[in-house]
Write a protein that binds this ligand. Structure first.
Ligand code: PFF
Length: 455
């Protein structure tokens, strides 16, 4: 059956600023707030930063450029793009299917964490969950996670919000919203940094983050850095391919990817500068993950002047960071459904929201009624995280690197990266191609095998 193309113009980003805001919106997320700063501090400060920088340059940027370029060239969802660009009969489109699956699994647990952040915006307004005693903040967090209705309903609200923005379209929804939210994020973060730097133990916090300690850098740390670069830059699952399909033809892709990488790094560093001076000033442990955001930080805020207001600002900015990431995740299957099945956009969004809500409920209830349910020793929540981060994303990343590096071909790749020869990007394209062929697949492969406990 011949697929019929809709006659209407394809939706897409309308300006360079819009492209930047949306793409950065995808990269910036919960990862900047709770993963990056704590991992940097715990793994050797500036030494880790250097390795992370190398990982983004050698793996993150090339794969991001490849995804954006493939998407823009095909102007289609990842499954269709790979089917169009692959030689006949080769099932590269399956990489798009893996990506879509990864998007669903990530959304299932990510949306629950975003839901907690939203609940904490509310708690900040109320002033509840604010106590200088970490035992009290821990109990407040446990009560929220252990309440099935709060967990479920807040997750549904997050999904409805994201779906509601996406209904407005790519330009009218994703671009319009991220263009407003990204500057606000930087502003709020900068404000928190200035405040944090005035605290007594600011120097200790900064030392934790930036003091180089190369003795901590070993193979495991290198692997952590590569894995982090991957998650941070939203690559390996077709998100960037989807967004690339909305890029304008004249957009300079390597330049855009470079800017996104630098701005994303800036958000991560600013988050560290905002968080650690405060954590050290009150003698807390610099942990990572939920305990940092939902247990330690509220205890820190309780001891600061204007603590309630600062806590509100912090959770609002974390919500802002998470919204852009969620938009890009949900857009992946939405585009597939609209293009593949010809569903109207609102219907496609409705179907996808429902489809996320099912595994999402498994994650939401992991802390309460499903707490005892384990698969391979993991709760539903941890299982989704493990399968997507340690399995599907790296496999997708390797295959995308190999596809762009070997299958699509040097001539097609360099032409597409240099916008048909109008940009002087050919030399750069060759460097990216070499990295895609020889460096990225190898590094990602090692990270994956390590994540699976094989090496
Ligand atoms: N980059 C996001 C973060 O750092 O939180 C997470 C993410 C978003 C991963 C979108 C993958 C993705 F497709």
């Amino acid at each position: 059956m011949a697929a019929t193309r809709p006659a209407t113009k394809r939706d897409g980003f309308t300006s360079t600023l819009g492209v930047l805001a949306a793409t950065l919106g995808s990269a910036v997320g919960l990862g900047n707030i709770w993963k990056f700063p704590a991992l940097t501090g715990a793994n050797g400060g500036a030494g880790f930063l250097l390795i992370y920088l190398l990982a983004t340059l050698l793996v993150g940027l090339p794969v991001m450029i490849a995804e954006l370029t493939l998407g823009r060239h095909a102007r289609a969802n990842p499954i269709r793009a790979l089917r169009m660009l692959a030689p006949p009969g080769q099932p590269w489109w399956l990489v798009g299917v893996i990506g879509m699956l990864a998007a669903f699994l990530i959304m299932a647990f990510y949306s629950e964490v975003v839901a907690w952040v939203f609940v904490y915006v509310w708690k900040s307004l109320e002033g509840s969950a604010l106590s200088s005693d970490p035992a009290v903040t821990e109990a407040a967090f446990a009560a929220m996670v252990g309440n099935p209705w709060v967990s479920l309903v807040s997750q549904w609200l997050v999904l409805l919000l994201i779906g509601g923005i996406l209904v407005k379209g790519v330009a009218g929804g994703i671009e319009a919203v991220t263009k407003r939210l990204m500057p606000l994020l930087f502003l709020l973060l900068a404000g928190l940094c200035v405040f944090s730097l005035t605290l007594d133990e600011a120097a200790a916090g900064l030392a934790f983050l930036f003091k180089p300690d190369f003795s901590k850098v070993d193979a495991a740390v290198v692997l952590t850095a590569v894995g982090l670069a991957f998650f941070k830059m939203s690559i390996g699952m077709g998100t960037m391919m989807t967004y690339g399909s909305y890029f304008r033809s004249e957009q300079n892709i390597p330049l855009t990817a470079g800017r996104v990488m630098v701005a994303d790094l800036a958000v991560s560093l600013l988050a560290g500068i905002a968080i650690f001076p405060a954590v050290f000033t009150f003698g807390f442990e610099p942990t990572a993950g939920p305990s940092l955001v939902f247990i330690t930080l509220p205890a820190v805020f309780a001891q600061l002047p204007f603590g309630q207001g600062l806590m509100l600002v912090f959770f609002i900015l974390t919500s802002i960071a998470a919204i852009g990431a969620m938009l890009s995740l949900l857009e992946v299957p939405v585009l597939v459904l609209t293009e593949r099945l010809g569903l109207p956009r609102p219907l496609a969004i409705g179907v996808c929201v429902l489809a996320v809500a099912v595994p999402g409920a498994g994650c939401a209830l992991s802390g309460s009624v499903l707490a005892g349910v384990r698969v391979a020793g993991l709760t539903f929540f941890d299982l989704m995280d493990f399968v997507s981060s340690n399995l599907l994303l790296p496999v997708g990343g390797i295959l995308i690197a190999l596809f762009a590096g070997y299958v699509w071909g040097r001539a097609a790749f360099t032409r597409a990266v240099s916008n048909g020869g109008t940009l002087r990007n050919e030399g750069l394209a060759v460097v990216v191609l070499v990295l895609l062929r020889y460096v990225s697949p190898l590094l990602i492969g090692v990270v994956m095998l390590n994540g699976l406990g094989i090496i």
